[in-house]
Ligand binder design. Sequence first.
Ligand SMILES: Nc1ncnc2c1ncn2[C@@H]1O[C@H](COP(=O)(O)OP(=O)(O)OP(=O)(O)O)[C@@H](O)[C@H]1O
Ligand SMILES: Nc1ncnc2c1ncn2[C@@H]1O[C@H](COP(=O)(O)OP(=O)(O)OP(=O)(O)O)[C@@H](O)[C@H]1O
Ligand SMILES: [Mg+2]
Ligand SMILES: [Mg+2]
Lengths: 165, 165, 165, 165
Amino acid sequence: GFLKRIEMVGFKSFADRTSIEFVDGITALLGPNGCGKSNIVDAIKWVLGEQSVRNMRAERMEDVIFGGSEKRKALSAAEVTITITNDRGLLEVERPEIAIKRRIFRDGESEYFLNGSPARLKEIRELFHDTGIGKSAYSVMEQGRIDQVLSNKPEERRCLFEEAA
Amino acid sequence: GFLKRIEMVGFKSFADRTSIEFVDGITALLGPNGCGKSNIVDAIKWVLGEQSVRNMRAERMEDVIFGGSEKRKALSAAEVTITITNDRGLLEVERPEIAIKRRIFRDGESEYFLNGSPARLKEIRELFHDTGIGKSAYSVMEQGRIDQVLSNKPEERRCLFEEAA
Amino acid sequence: SENLFLQTYEAIRERFHETFRLLFGGGRAEIGLVDREDPLNSGLEIYVQPPGKKLENISLLSGGERSLCGIALMFATFQVKPSPFHILDEIDAALDEASIQRFVNLLVDSGRESQFLLVTHNKRTIACASSLLGVTMQESGVSSIITLRLDGQERKKDEEPIKVG
Amino acid sequence: SENLFLQTYEAIRERFHETFRLLFGGGRAEIGLVDREDPLNSGLEIYVQPPGKKLENISLLSGGERSLCGIALMFATFQVKPSPFHILDEIDAALDEASIQRFVNLLVDSGRESQFLLVTHNKRTIACASSLLGVTMQESGVSSIITLRLDGQERKKDEEPIKVG
Ligand SMILES: Nc1ncnc2c1ncn2[C@@H]1O[C@H](COP(=O)(O)OP(=O)(O)OP(=O)(O)O)[C@@H](O)[C@H]1O
Ligand SMILES: Nc1ncnc2c1ncn2[C@@H]1O[C@H](COP(=O)(O)OP(=O)(O)OP(=O)(O)O)[C@@H](O)[C@H]1O
Ligand SMILES: [Mg+2]
Ligand SMILES: [Mg+2]
């Protein structure tokens, strides 16, 4: 497999520390409207370096920090850690597993960590060079976006092909 | 009730003459993907004077004429007739019922008929002045468009309100 | 014309509070003018608070919550400016069980005043209809209509349609 | 770079023929360059023929057919340039029973090579998963995860997850 585990705290509706294990093959996420399924998808995009707030369904990057509920106060930071197995030697490193963490404080910039040490987004992206990850049109198909694969504009349809090339 | 009946022949996938009776209250249209449900919605918009090909999911207006199937040849014209009851005196006429027909031939313009006599689109629109019909954003909510009611652009959200005013 | 817009706008705002609560089973919704000095051109802000959550911009809502909120706004507009008939094509596609039930209640209520034609795949929505029309392609590429009894079975030629109360 | 694009483009075209037939249970699909002289900038035309219908531009397709066609193109791209994991958020929302079954077959096949994380409300899609994660908001506004057994029931702490195949 590739995705091994994701842990998050303070990210969108995941106020409490939550850990999710992934298996090989097909994993299905289920639950009622508004319970947090797409927020998990957002968390995966975010920790892998998503820069566009619109792709996170937000207006400012700090909107991804848990903003409170009727009973709970807002939190001051969001943190997501993803653990990836390198079992097919896909990533150009010697380790069997790598962990990427991203953290943001209110009124702050994002901080990245690679296997526990501070890192820059650039280093994380270089890790994924040529695996197809981090090109968000390619390995993540967001809710409602399947219609845009067959965009009505012939020029836009190229995007999927260009990303693959 | 208001919509009483619609009849169509040669309109999109309705190659054969088809007549549909409407009742008061709620009518549900069911069937598998691609069987023709939204085409019925298009027929109602079209006969009431829809001008925009994009709102008909077409590229040219003649695309609404039955284009053939594996076994059948294309037809040369499309015709839709809608019968409307004037039971609440909603329309500014003396008749209890009115029938509007629209017909198009390949490489031809649309022709309109009001109660059997040729009419211009302008006359048909005047009939509906102030009833809210024929403003396609208002009495027809197309498939996939419910998301645009809450458009992400504050300026676009006005449209629904302006149509109502 | 500024007066007319403001009047309609105020009326829709008020109804939207109500339809939102009906569809979400609680919570609240607010609409505001971005620029109060210029009502005729100003964009609109919409803030909603699903039950138990906090008040937030609609961009953070889930797919199903956005649909439901759009339906609330649309029905609020219908109540302020009713149209003799409404055609709704698969607006319930993203709703879960709990939301569908509340949507159906609102629909049945509205169906007493106006005529509704709904395209749907959902069993609960189908169950509230007074009349069911099945659309099929017995012959590939050619649509035809079968009238269905309210239990979903095809109605034979000389049977009376069963009307719901 | 023109060569790379053309190579990828040809490969995707070929796979798209195949995935389209698998998902639609027949028919055919064609992709063409609008401007063959200028492959690096040209838009793309897509023509499809669902089984029994005629070859036509994708704009006339139904909502469900568009989804299915988009899924065919997306899976064709995956086959040409696989990604280690794919995240698909409710891409099956518009599909009817017949299409879902064929989609699930293609998904299960692809799940042998790559990891898939799917958000879905559909029972048949859920039935093909190796692992089920339930997302809930036991406390309003705060998400949490429950691991479900493959029959959809909550798995207790010391139970082993049942893995499919
Ligand atoms: N920063 C935040 N703080 C608190 N709650 C948030 C935050 N961002 C988003 N949410 C909440 O998350 C919910 C949306 O969750 P999500 O999009 O994951 O739902 P979903 O499970 O995908 O539902 P659907 O089936 O309708 O698509 C919204 O109700 C929103 O209020
Ligand atoms: N001019 C035409 N001639 C023949 N067939 C046409 C024509 N225009 C559209 N069609 C066919 O009509 C079908 C689409 O019908 P429609 O959009 O009504 O489906 P639907 O029942 O709404 O399905 P869904 O549930 O997927 O939304 C397409 O398969 C298309 O090929
Ligand atoms: Mg979602
Ligand atoms: Mg449709």
